[in-house]
Design a protein around this ligand. Structure first.
Ligand code: TYC
Length: 104
């Protein structure tokens, strides 16, 4: 039985909409590693996250120096697709680059 449910004898008496709805928006972050090249990360930011070159470079340096950096804020479905796209393109190029998503 979930904590959000207020039940008696298995019957759901009360459950507000807000308790059951997952967050609308998710931050997608790139994570630093020691092996992925800076050029490849900039390329990922330009192609998957539609960043202009200067912004892509800024975010890449943020990840490189701070460990992680914000690439964009998206719906759950789009955020999942972006994270998966990063993993696939990185794997195809032999890099361990990873992305993560977290609720806004
Ligand atoms: N740290 C990597 C290097 O020195 C560059 C890098 C930047 C890797 C950002 C991943 O998300 C990343 N080659």
């Amino acid at each position: 039985m979930g904590d959000a449910d207020k039940r008696t004898g298995g019957e759901v008496l009360e459950r507000t909409k807000q308790e059951t709805k997952r967050p609308e928006l998710y931050r997608v972050l790139l994570l630093n590693d020691d092996y992925t090249t800076m050029d490849f990360v900039v390329e990922v930011l330009e192609t998957i996250f539609n960043k202009q070159p200067a912004e892509a470079f800024r975010i890449m340096m943020m990840v490189h120096t701070q460990g992680k950096g914000l690439c964009g804020v998206y719906s759950h479905e789009i955020a999942e697709t972006k994270v998966e796209a990063v993993i696939v393109i990185a794997r195809d190029h032999g890099f361990p680059l990873k992305a993560a998503m977290e609720p806004e």
